[in-house]
Design a protein around this ligand. Structure first.
Ligand SMILES: *Cc1c(COP(=O)(O)O)cnc(C)c1O
Length: 377
């Protein structure tokens, strides 16, 4: 059996090696390092793939979130509601812009932001909701868009973990995640479902005016050369990364199918185990592209299982071990432990298994067998 890795990018590279190597060589031949044709073409190809009017490439997924919030004109003191159970980038940029993060609890089955908790957190100062499509599964966007409409709030989708997932709206329209709200963001960090070979990110929107604003914000607030109309940032996707992404984008659906197939095999082996809860799908309104395959271990043996798997050369991860409301940087007297029963429980129970496009059935079967033996002992 091949050595099991949490993320394995080698197989993908092998299958697109010539294209990537040739494109990188061409960039060096032409010195089009910044904003060259690779970046322009990638932008157009991603717009087409997502069915969205505007893609604005930028330097990483954290910048993408920050720039989205800057483009919407959010002001210090505005409250932004997001999930307590996610990667810190989301809350980080809210705080960095001196907006007020308002963390709320998540759904125990899907791990995504709980619409009822959003409703309870809305105040006259609330300006935006940031749902994160966690682990590759769409948040409850039907409910979230309805709440946003009723309260006149912006919806900024953090799509760093779910690029390529479909969402079917109540009106029977199909959208790619990240294009449902007012603006969406993603990350092309190497381990994401569409990853480059360094850092990269992008912002999506169907709003022409917002897109115009965002294109200025990413480029020093410049709309006309050396005229700085707003305070901006410097956040660029470089040509090398765009070239890698152009080679991978046509395969994104195939990559996501490989993830789903691995998840299906994990599910079949683990779904009837008494102390294990396999990932729950949120009904028929979405697809799950399994950025992570995350189990809940319900008999208190999660930490022991992590240790056991590591000792047996099976990598695994705990995403995320600490609720954001308990992180030193984001503690706030407004929060009450009783408001976060689900996140407080999830951080003790979740474990993510190896998930990538190169897992083979022998590896998956070895992983599930090792888990079942340990958890039942
Ligand atoms: C990875 C990730 C980000 C940040 O992306 P970077 O490109 O690493 O800045 C933001 N939000 C979520 C949910 C992520 O998983």
């Amino acid at each position: 059996m091949k050595k099991i890795q949490m993320v394995d990018l080698q197989g993908q590279y092998d299958s697109i090696k010539d294209q990537i190597n040739n494109s990188l060589q061409e960039i060096m031949n032409t010195s089009a390092f910044i904003n060259g044709p690779e970046v322009q073409n990638f932008q157009k190809e991603l717009e087409e793939y997502l069915g969205v009017k505007h893609v604005i490439p930028c330097a990483n997924g954290t910048d993408a979130l920050q720039i989205a919030m800057m483009g919407l004109g959010l002001k210090p003191g505005d409250e932004v509601i997001t999930a307590d159970f996610t990667f810190a980038a989301t809350v980080e940029v809210i705080a960095l812009l001196q907006l007020t993060p308002v963390l709320v609890d998540v759904d125990p089955e899907t791990f995504n932001i709980d619409p009822e908790a959003i409703k309870k957190a809305i105040t006259p100062k609330t300006k935006a909701i940031v749902p994160v499509h966690l682990f590759g599964q769409t948040a409850d966007m039907n409910a979230i868009m309805e709440i946003a409409k009723a309260h006149d709030l912006y919806v900024i989708e953090d799509n760093a973990q779910a690029i390529g997932a479909d969402f079917h709206s109540k009106e029977a329209k199909t959208y790619k995640t990240g294009t449902i709200g007012h603006v969406g963001s993603t990350s092309f960090f190497p381990s994401k479902n569409l990853g480059c070979y360094g850092d990269g990110g992008a912002i999506f929107t169907n709003d022409d005016d917002l897109a115009h604003t965002l294109r200025g914000v990413v480029n020093h607030g410049m709309y006309e050369r050396y005229h700085h109309d707003v305070v901006g940032v410097n956040s660029r996707l470089d040509s090398f990364q765009a070239a890698v992404l152009r080679a991978k984008l046509p395969k994104l659906d195939i990559y996501n199918e490989a993830r789903k197939a691995a998840a299906f095999r994990y599910n079949m082996a683990l779904k009837d185990q008494e102390h294990i809860k396999t990932p729950v799908r949120s009904g028929d309104c979405d697809t799950h592209v399994f950025h992570q395959y995350t189990l809940k271990i319900t008999n208190g043996k999660r930490d022991a299982l992590v240790k056991h798997l590591n000792e047996n050369n099976i990598p695994c991860g705990v995403y995320y071990p600490i609720p954001l409301h308990n992180q030193k940087a984001y503690k706030d007297a407004r929060y009450n432990e009783a408001d976060f029963p689900v996140t407080n429980q999830l951080v003790k129970e979740v474990i993510s298994l190896p998930m990538h496009t190169e897992l083979d059935t022998d590896q998956i079967d070895h992983i599930t067998k090792t888990i079942i033996e340990f958890v039942n002992n």
